[in-house]
Design a protein around this ligand. Structure first.
Ligand code: PEP
Ligand code: MN
Length: 286
């Protein structure tokens, strides 16, 4: 660890850095912000990166038109769940490898890199064969066995904030990835649990600004899970950009009323295209 710190910091900074609970993700270790490259798409630079696609991959008929549409509207990474963390064991759990194959097909046709969630260390090798970026879902932010395993994969990681995690706990989870050897980490604020019930979660916009004070890692916002309501997704997206987020991850479905997961918060294709029109162009961080 010291070797890796000393590569990025001058000797007099090392004492300070070692006092930090998360020395490798700390901004003290590197005043320059990290840019994470997802198969050619750079996250953390001037451009705002939009990842979009369905909550769950359901079929070829669902995924391919969605992939084409989000690309046409300006998204540069395709999202889609193959292994779904569902609150009820009776809800749709995802198509697994069949979904991964469809994501790869969509990637080949559109050229969009793919991000998908990994829930289990057992699935890591399989998912690496299909996806450009691996997502750690909110419920797994402190799955330390999974984090240790993902520290050793040659793929960037999208680390979502746990629903009840503090900023410090979130950065310590990222520290596991960096300490284990994976420096390509993008953080994602997706709302936290509060007393409020009008929204699915509470979007903690200040966390985005605070993360950028504390860490050199890029941070994006998920307005879909943060709000749980498609009507709020455009406003939350614009707010995220205003506060300085490096990107967005947005759920889009061709027929949200019949989605197998997260329909109420999914934009339809026109809704996503309209949202992209209202976001400042070119998409630049403030
Ligand atoms: C998702 O991206 O579909 C998802 C389950 O997100 P989160 O882990 O933030 O709830
Ligand atoms: Mn979802």
């Amino acid at each position: 660890m010291i070797a890796s710190i000393s590569n990025r910091a001058t000797r007099h900074q090392i004492t300070d850095v070692l006092e930090s609970p998360f020395p490798l993700v700390s901004r003290q270790v590197s005043s320059r912000r990290t840019i994470v490259d997802v198969s050619g798409v750079k996250i953390g630079g001037l451009n705002i990166v939009v990842m979009a696609g369905p909550c769950s991959v359901e079929s070829r008929e669902q995924l391919l038109p969605t992939a084409h549409a989000v690309k046409a509207a300006g998204a540069t990474i395709l999202r889609g769940g193959a292994y779904k963390p569902r609150t009820s064991p009776y809800d749709f759990q995802g198509l697994g490898v069949e979904a991964l194959r469809l994501l790869k097909e969509a990637r080949e046709i559109t050229g969009l890199p793919v991000v998908t969630e990994v829930m289990d260390t057992e699935d890591v090798d399989t998912i690496v064969d299909y996806a450009d970026m691996l997502q750690v879902g909110a419920r797994n932010m402190q799955n330390f066995a999974l984090l240790r395993r993902l520290a050793r994969v040659n793929r960037p990681i999208l680390l979502k904030r746990g629903p009840s995690a503090t900023i410090k706990e979130w950065l310590l989870a990222a520290e596991y990835l960096l300490a284990g050897g994976n420096e390509n980490v993008v953080l994602c604020e997706r709302g936290i649990k509060t007393f409020e019930t009008e929204t699915r979660n509470t979007l903690d916009l200040a966390s985005v600004a605070r993360i950028q004070e504390l860490s050199h890692l890029p941070v994006i916002v998920d307005p879909s899970h943060a709000t749980g309501r498609r009507s709020l997704v455009p406003a939350a997206s614009r707010a995220a950009i205003a506060v300085g987020a490096d990107g967005l991850i947005i759920e889009v479905h061709p027929d949200p009323d019949h989605a197998l997961s997260d329909g109420p918060q999914s934009l339809d294709i026109q809704g996503f295209a309209d949202l992209m029109q209202t976001i400042q162009r070119p998409l630049r961080r403030v």
